[in-house]
Write a protein that binds this ligand. Sequence first.
Ligand code: ATP
Ligand code: MG
Length: 802
Amino acid sequence: TGASGDPLTAGLNPQQKEAVEYRGQSLLIVAGAGSGKTSVLTRRIAGLIASREAWPSQILAITFTNKAAAEMRERVAHLVGQAGEGMWISTFHSACVRILRREAEQFGFTKSFTIYDSADSRALLKRILKQLDADTLGFTVSQASGKISKLKNELTDVETYSRQVNAGDPQDVMFLEIFRQYTRELQRANAFDFDDLIAQTVFLFRAFPHVAATYQRRFRHILVDEYQDTNHAQYALIRELTRPVDPELVDELERGGQFVQTMRDGSGRIPGASLTVVGDSDQSIYAFRGADIRNIVEFERDFPNSKVILLEQNYRSTQNILDAANAVISNNFDRQAKNLFTTVGAGEKIVGFTGYTGHDEAQFVADEIASLHEAGTAYKDVAVFYRTNSQTRALEEIFIRSAIPYRVLGGTKFYERAEIKDAMAYLISVANPADPMALRRIMNVPKRGIGPATETALQRWADTNAPDAPTPLRDAMRNADQLGLGPKVTGAIRGLATLLDEVQATAATAPVHEILTALIEGSGLVEVLRASRDPQDEARAENIDELVAVTKEFQKNNPDGTLLDFLTEVTLVAAADDLDDTSGTVSLMTLHTAKGLEYEAVFLTGVEEDLLPHRMSASEPGGPAEERRLFYVGITRARQKLFLSLAMTRAQFGEVNVAMPSRYLQEIPVELIEWKQSPGMANSRGGTQPRALNARRDGAGGVGGFGGTPRASGGYGGGSYDRATAAAKTRPKTEWANRVTGTVRDNGDLELEAGDRISHVDFGEGRVMAVTGQGARRIAEVSFDSAGRKKLLIKVAPIEKI
Ligand code: ATP
Ligand code: MG
């Protein structure tokens, strides 16, 4: 392979090479994790440009995150140099914002529209639900927003939905009203929510064929990574973009002199753009956001005469890691069997670890990272994954104490901080004066004595006097003296209106950081924080300074960038993923964020029932299968080393819970994992151990080994029935738990009450202060003679009464 000397195909295997060089209308590349899908896509782009088959401006490549887009752009640039400038490599959302900014005026928006993030749209929904008293019918903001999002992802607009509504059902009728008002408020605010970005672009193309034709003609090659996680709206967008161009519309466009001549076929028609999609149905993990696995399964039907290429060789991981991944995913039904292999060899065993507490687990992770680092692994090549964000706290605590530099990807982000949202709301109020949400946010920030009653008075004025004006609330502010408010409040309102008007007048030409500075100084936003005695406020002031620095940086990188460009960039980056610099740090992230990435060493933590599969999805149809794919995604991120860890007990929301090993652990062949234990569990400290703790260590089978096969014998019922769940059910839970943890630890109904003295394997002797809870959840609060106060789960704690 790769002997051709062509740098674009050098080193590729024959299937990869074919995928790079294929020139047909539509191409589907399906392959497991790490088989080079993203690499092939990148080289196809480079190949099209290098061979001059396409101008960079004729290429639209879609990635799942902004980070992935940046990486792909960089790699293409590496392959073809400056020739690659002008390509659109972006997420669906970014591409659609670019299109909408250009075309919004076609359908009643302006190009300065605001993009509502999920917090914004929830705030809007909250107002609407309140006005409609919708809670009396049981509606919550989450519910309503979930349902609206789902409808938009299915391209159902209010009009269409109203035809499906059962007029006799008050719930249905109420929801229709919520949906209608929400849509109308967005329109009045000149705003789109995230789901709108895609859906409205599709509607735009469908409603305005000449607009569609413009983009159909422009993009001759469309390439989509992670196609398995596209939802219906995204699929529809791709369909629109790849349609053959209507010859009449094109003639019209060309007479208008808008375009250079486009390639036509023999009959004078312009064929649709070529489409390449790559994906892996085993990595579909966004069904909860409307991703539809059928898009990939039915690709060949949707795009006739398409070519399908399979890749099976994995270039990322060791064979042990792949064997584990293959074994786990083979438990899912309705999938095309594929088996990843590598030529790099078995590699090291997977390391399993069971901690007594989540704290132990975090300590294990930190210790292992420290030794990896000592042995030469850079921090940036290490990642720690978890199922839910709440798991980061224990990890962060230990990392800080162990001086391990880390960064949480996609955690509470800079742009979600209240003070940053305040400063951004000032910018938005200048960019899009029609947006009442931003205006309401800053109305009394910093405090100006404008309370809810004043706000209501302003709103009432707006509704009565300027309901159809482009900026009703701003008009109300300008006319504050008609409201009969006190002179101080009136002055404050007019002061804010004047500030916004003045800055707005310069916004078209002034650099973004000057606009921001003018707003901050004019409003006293930072000044007030600096004057405060709350130490948090100083940090808040620094954050706003940081935002000013961000705008300066933006202006440096985009000399022609406008305020709108800045807002667009920030909203999209803040929503999807951050561009945090992880060059010298360990990366912490959820399993969902990990998709597409790879690391030398991966720690997959909290491999427990209720976390993985997550409590919420375990009982949903398809839930356990989707969670298994998530586990598969996690495993396949690792190049050399994989650590799977869990804890026997986990504190969450102030409660200590007994955790059970994840059912998915059973699916990994025992010989692939080498188990380690919490110090409190291992027989490592001689004489004083309680008998129960000595029960393992008989040398047989290794810790965590199963006596027999973990799979349920016999056939299965079919359908969406989960085979592994059945296996787990046939085995008593404690027995299974003990096998994985390697310790037969069950204190039974050990009687314990306040005043008793106990001995603990790690903490030594102490006195029981209180006993709470029932049955298996009884907790003893113990004051140890030297180790301080601890809460212990009586049933499993390594303790004895003395
Ligand atoms: P995922 O499903 O996780 O998104 P993928 O199929 O997109 O994975 P890539 O990320 O493109 O896989 O490739 C995985 C790794 O293998 C990368 O480090 C890539 O550079 C490397 N790789 C891909 N093809 C080859 C090859 N032919 N020779 C050597 N390395 C390769
Ligand atoms: Mg990839």
